[in-house]
Design a protein. Structure first.
Length: 191
């Protein structure tokens, strides 16, 4: 998992992964644990990854909390990426036949620039694996696990992160995910 840093020039987050990691409450720390630059497509930032479920309100259930990435842009931990070349635009059109625009843009940029794609979307992972097998795919559990390993996070802290991702990002990895058991242990406070 950690050897991806040697071969790739960057990591680009799609909307679902960005939402999941933002929901963790530790996005800055998770991005800091990566050894290369992390990006998000401008389209994803402006049009897709807008909010997470926030704290429970008294009568209205869950309230949305806006995703604020400006401090991460200001610090340089996160940067914006746009489609810039004809190759990227052609890849986007190809991906857009099967995926939503944010995933298609994210995949096109990653494929053309030799970046990793961080996505938790099953369909996007399948399309990228089939159409651009050279693109390394990461997931929220892998990025959280990398942070855990780099930061030597404690059990209570890891449990809180995984539980916040479940509660506010509505994400649990599928049973087929290699880190499923690891994730479940922390989700239920067993670490």
């Amino acid at each position: 998992m950690t050897d991806f840093a040697i071969e790739y020039k960057g990591v680009i987050l799609d909307a679902c992964c960005l939402i999941d990691l933002y929901a963790s409450g530790r996005l800055e720390d998770i991005l800091s644990s990566l050894s290369q630059q992390v990006f998000v497509a401008r389209y994803v930032w402006r049009d897709e990854a807008l909010s997470i479920d926030g704290a429970s309100g008294s009568d209205s259930g869950f309230q949305e909390t806006s995703i604020d990435l400006e401090p991460l842009f200001d610090s340089g931990l996160l940067d914006l990426a746009d489609l810039e070349t004809e190759i990227e635009e052609a890849l986007f059109v190809n991906f857009a036949a099967s995926l939503d625009d944010g995933e298609a843009i994210t995949g096109a940029i990653a494929a053309a620039r030799n970046w990793c794609v961080a996505t938790d979307d099953k369909r996007a992972r399948s399309v990228f694996a089939q159409q651009t097998p050279h693109v390394h795919l990461l997931s929220s559990p892998e990025l959280v696990k990398l942070w855990v390993d780099v930061a030597a996070a404690g059990v209570d802290e890891i449990c809180a992160v995984v539980q916040r991702i479940r509660r506010h990002g509505h994400y649990i990895p599928p049973a087929s995910h290699p880190l499923y058991d690891w994730w479940q242990n922390y989700l239920y406070g067993n670490g």
